[in-house]
Design a protein around this ligand. Structure first.
Ligand code: NAI
Length: 409
């Protein structure tokens, strides 16, 4: 079959009937969850479009598999292939702690400028969650993906460059508050107006398109005034300039009339964590910086049952480029044991289908997951503590999902 390319104009994707889409299998549990996920997506597409559409999957390499084949962890061809084909599905990739390679995930997001990490978090009936009322959680987190302390600008205690940084700070910038000069490491946290505003704009557009009731800017601007505080200020500036008609702002109106406009809030990050637990309905779409977004996403996923079920997409909304991936890591402790929960990647596949406009197939995937969880059938990470649950391995879970898709009316 000839190569059919997805393409995008101003972020709007045109999808041919038989698009070529690259995938990265991933390390650890990667192979165990990626292969069945591709099969499930194929199954949903077949069922939704009676064979009139089909994804032509195309494997590209990163992580262990790439290193074994090419001696590189992230070959340039992989990044180029995703850029060319626009959209990819990705299993988890390991990151060594300390020295060695820097995070491949971060490298991929930065090289492709996938500036928004979008993580929807919802509860599924049947799953026991730590919250009393987990059904109240329905959040979509927009995490800035290219800036903040993730830029990796760090200087190790004792290194020559570190001494230079310290001298510069003390002698030229007149910083007299270093607690332990000569004994410290340093990290730099770049946060730009462009980076902040494009993320907040994407979150606002999402909120408008999906008729979400509110958008919360989460920051730690009381302490980091010129980075996190600036993120907040640039956010309000953008919203007031570009979205005034569509929203109410909390600092001006306490009780907005219920007339379909989006209510804009801000929360300091620590207060936001408390609010997520105590008032989950207060927040719907969240826009935040990179590190806050990392913490918030895992906490939000835990509130509804764990990272094993929360999907994610890394998206450049102007170019349409996107990588959809599970939010968890390579789970080395259970790799190769048929215990991994594929739901996070499967639901990321659902997001991929939505991104390319194949909504009917996306809905079939979500319905199949809902139906299995409703019957309390799933992997041990979710159901080990649930009386009466049917605990199955990765393979059987995927087979049951496929059966469910085939039998949805
Ligand atoms: P992890 O998410 O791999 O594991 C944490 C815990 O959750 C483990 O007990 C694991 O068994 C469990 N778990 C994770 N996914 C699961 C699944 N699908 N089903 C059942 N249980 C699951 O986090 P960890 O151990 O901190 O990281 C391992 C490696 O993964 C590291 O090298 C890390 O850098 C990398 N990582 C990669 C990510 C990515 O590719 N996007 C994201 C997070 C971590």
């Amino acid at each position: 079959m000839p190569e059919q390319l997805l393409n995008s104009k101003n972020g709007k994707i045109h999808t041919p009937a038989f698009p070529v889409i690259p995938y990265i299998e991933g390390d650890g549990i990667g192979a165990e969850i990626t292969r069945p996920t591709l099969e499930l997506i194929d199954c949903a597409v077949r069922k939704a479009y009676n064979g009139q559409r089909k994804i032509q999957w195309f494997e590209v390499f990163a992580g262990d598999k790439a290193y074994r084949r090419t001696g590189e962890w992230l070959p340039a061809e992989t990044v180029e292939a995703i850029e060319k084909h626009l959209v990819a599905l990705k299993g988890p990739l390991k990151t060594p702690v300390g020295g060695g390679i820097r995070s491949l995930n971060v490298a991929l997001r930065r090289q492709l400028d996938l500036y928004a990490c979008v993580r929807p978090v919802r509860w599924f009936q049947g799953i026991e969650a730590p919250l009393k009322e987990p059904h109240l959680v329905d959040l979509v987190i927009f995490r800035e993906n290219t800036e903040d302390v993730y830029c990796g600008i760090e200087f190790m205690r004792g290194a020559a460059d570190t001494a230079k940084i310290e001298q510069f700070l003390m002698n030229e910038m007149h910083v007299y508050t270093l607690p332990f000069p000569g004994d410290s490491s340093y990290g730099i946290k770049p946060v730009s107006k462009t980076g902040s505003q494009r993320l907040i704009r994407a979150a606002m557009r999402y909120a408008i398109e999906h008729r979400r009731p509110s958008l919360t800017l989460v920051h730690k601007g009381n302490i980091m005034k010129f980075t996190e505080g600036a993120f907040r200020n640039w956010g309000f500036e953008l919203i007031e300039k570009e979205f005034q008609k569509e929203c109410y702002i909390e600092k001006r109106i306490n009780q907005p009339p219920n007339c379909g406009k989006i209510y804009i809030r801000e929360r300091i990050a620590d207060a936001f964590f408390q609010d997520m637990l105590l008032n989950p309905t207060r927040h719907s779409v969240v826009a935040t910086l990179n590190l806050n977004g990392d913490y918030i996403s895992d906490m939000a996923a835990a509130m509804v049952g764990g990272v094993g079920i929360a999907p994610g997409g890394n998206i450049n909304f102007e170019k349409g480029t996107a990588i959809f991936e599970a939010t968890h890591g390579t789970a080395p402790d259970i790799a190769g044991q048929n215990k991994a929960n594929p739901t996070s990647l499967v639901m990321s596949g659902k997001m991929l289908l939505q991104h390319i406009g194949w909504h009917r197939a996306a809905t079939l995937i979500e319905q199949s997951v809902e139906s299995l969880f409703r019957e309390r059938t799933g992997t041990a990470d979710l159901f080990a503590q649930t009386p009466g649950a049917r605990i199955v391995g990765t393979t059987e879970f995927a087979e049951r999902l496929r059966f469910a898709i085939e039998n949805i009316d």
